[in-house]
Ligand binder design. Structure first.
Ligand code: SF4
Ligand code: SF4
Length: 166
């Protein structure tokens, strides 16, 4: 009899602990969004690792910072990267930059290895594809398209104007 009462009390305590946790999360700020009615704010994607992209050039944003050194290619454990040097030796920028996202484990070795900070993880969280080929990216074309779409990034307007004046 005493044992049954004790077991019931333990069960009640466990239930109350569970209810307490439920109530805490019920009234906490929501951490997820109801996609597609809402999307994740840009500032919440800072640490998100989406597929790689080439960073904008320093003088001309449409020109990659990549100097075709191949260090990222050698560091990549998934063999996802193909960087083709320009046959013209005086030109360091590559003529082809292919990235197979289907093989990428997003480890970041390429980003960390790059001596010119030419690579970064994108914040593309709504990426969809119907074939594997759609996930093999031409990063030079991607950089050009991004710069054409957004010539100046938000927050860089002032810096661009100062650079133009100076
Ligand atoms: S994140 Fe890792 S697996 Fe993906 S391309 Fe870079 S080095 Fe390769
Ligand atoms: S490590 Fe950087 S500079 Fe070298 S090939 Fe890769 S992206 Fe280009």
């Amino acid at each position: 009899m005493i044992r049954a009462i004790w077991d019931n009390l333990k069960g009640l305590y466990s239930l109350l602990v569970g209810m307490k946790i439920t109530l805490i999360f019920l009234f906490s700020p929501q951490k997820t969004v109801h996609y597609p009615r809402k999307t994740v704010e840009r500032e919440n994607l800072i640490t998100y690792r989406g597929p790689l992209e080439l960073t904008r050039g320093k003088t001309d944003p449409a020109v990659t910072r990549c100097i075709s050194c191949q260090m990222c290619v050698k560091a990549c454990p998934g063999h996802c990267l193909t960087v083709v040097k320009n046959p013209e030796k005086s030109v360091k920028a590559p003529i082809e930059w292919k990235y197979d996202f289907t093989l990428c484990c997003l480890c970041g070795a390429c980003v960390e290895t790059c001596p010119t900070s030419a690579l970064a993880f994108s914040h593309r969280i709504y990426l969809v594809a119907r074939t594997r080929e759609e996930l093999i990216f031409d990063l030079l074309a991607d950089l050009k398209a991004r710069v054409e779409e957004t010539p100046v990034l938000p927050g860089e307007e002032g810096a661009s104007a100062e650079a133009a004046q100076g």
